[in-house]
Design a protein around this ligand. Structure first.
Ligand code: SF4
Length: 263
């Protein structure tokens, strides 16, 4: 492990043990779960049309004129539509919408739950202490906010008091995220936190059971990890999040290799 990454992990409060003499890539691989060695499916860098997975039609399928309209939007139209959106009750209590931020052609898409107080005030996802930790996590895998990374939430408006989003709110807002994914065409989605993972995967399975596996959302490979805000409250799980990041890096490398392989 290079000194810069070691320093960043120390900053994050993560202790990494390696066997004496063991090469770091193997140590990383051993921590990354059984799926870390599995060759991921070749990556379509996202086809334009995304069939909805079985069992998730209510939440994810574009249905009705509004959803179909959103599915046709380009970036400027989508960026104008979200701040004007009144499709669910959350519009009444928001300070502003939180659209998402980053490289619009990024290979990495990070998806969180919904804006919190700081995000609602500043209009940007993952700010405050949780955002700082996220930036450290990205730096540890040699990524940076806005550089080949896009960050968004499932919901674009803050639920009052940071309560859990309601199914109706998710159903109304999901077309926005779906369109963002369609426009970005990421190679890999990192679902951050239980709510984002359960929403995107249309499951009520625990985050513990979803971690360490390669899932898919509308055809895009998806990996589950903890939300930085959770890690601030539960620092003992930071090491697990590091395992998830290593798994994600190895998966991305596999996807990139598959994409560049001669056919
Ligand atoms: S949460 Fe989404 S659907 Fe609800 S008002 Fe905000 S932008 Fe519209």
């Amino acid at each position: 492990m290079d000194a810069r990454r070691a320093a960043m992990l120390k900053e994050m409060g993560i202790a990494i043990w390696t066997e004496r003499g063991a090469a770091m890539p193997e140590a990383e691989a051993s921590q990354a779960g059984p799926q870390a060695h599995a060759a991921p499916e070749p990556p379509p860098r996202r086809a334009a049309a995304m069939p909805a997975p079985a069992g998730s039609a209510e939440v994810h399928s574009p249905q009705g004129e509004r959803e179909q309209g959103i599915a046709m939007m380009d970036w400027p139209a989508l960026k104008a539509a979200v701040p004007a959106c009144t499709a669910c009750a959350l519009h009444a209590s928001r300070t502003q919408t939180v659209f998402g931020v980053g490289d619009e052609q990024a290979e990495w898409l990070l998806v969180g739950e919904a804006p919190g107080g700081d995000e609602d005030r500043l209009g940007e996802p993952f700010v405050g202490q949780a955002g700082k930790l996220l930036d450290q996590m990205l730096s540890a895998i040699e990524l940076a906010r806005g550089r080949n990374v896009y960050i968004a939430n499932v919901l674009k408006c803050r639920p009052p008091g940071n309560r859990n989003p309601q199914p109706e709110e998710v159903a109304r807002c999901a077309p926005h995220l779906l369109r963002q994914i369609d426009l970005i065409k990421p190679r890999l989605i990192l679902a951050m936190g239980r709510f984002a993972a359960q929403t995107l995967l249309a499951t009520d399975a625990s985050i513990a059971s979803l971690r360490g596996k390669l899932h898919a959302y509308h055809g895009v490979p998806l990996i589950v990890t903890y939300h930085p805000a959770y890690l601030l409250r539960t620092p003992e799980d930071k090491a697990k999040s590091w395992q998830d990041l290593l798994f994600a890096v190895r998966t991305m490398q596999g996807l990139q290799s598959a994409a560049s392989a001669p056919t």
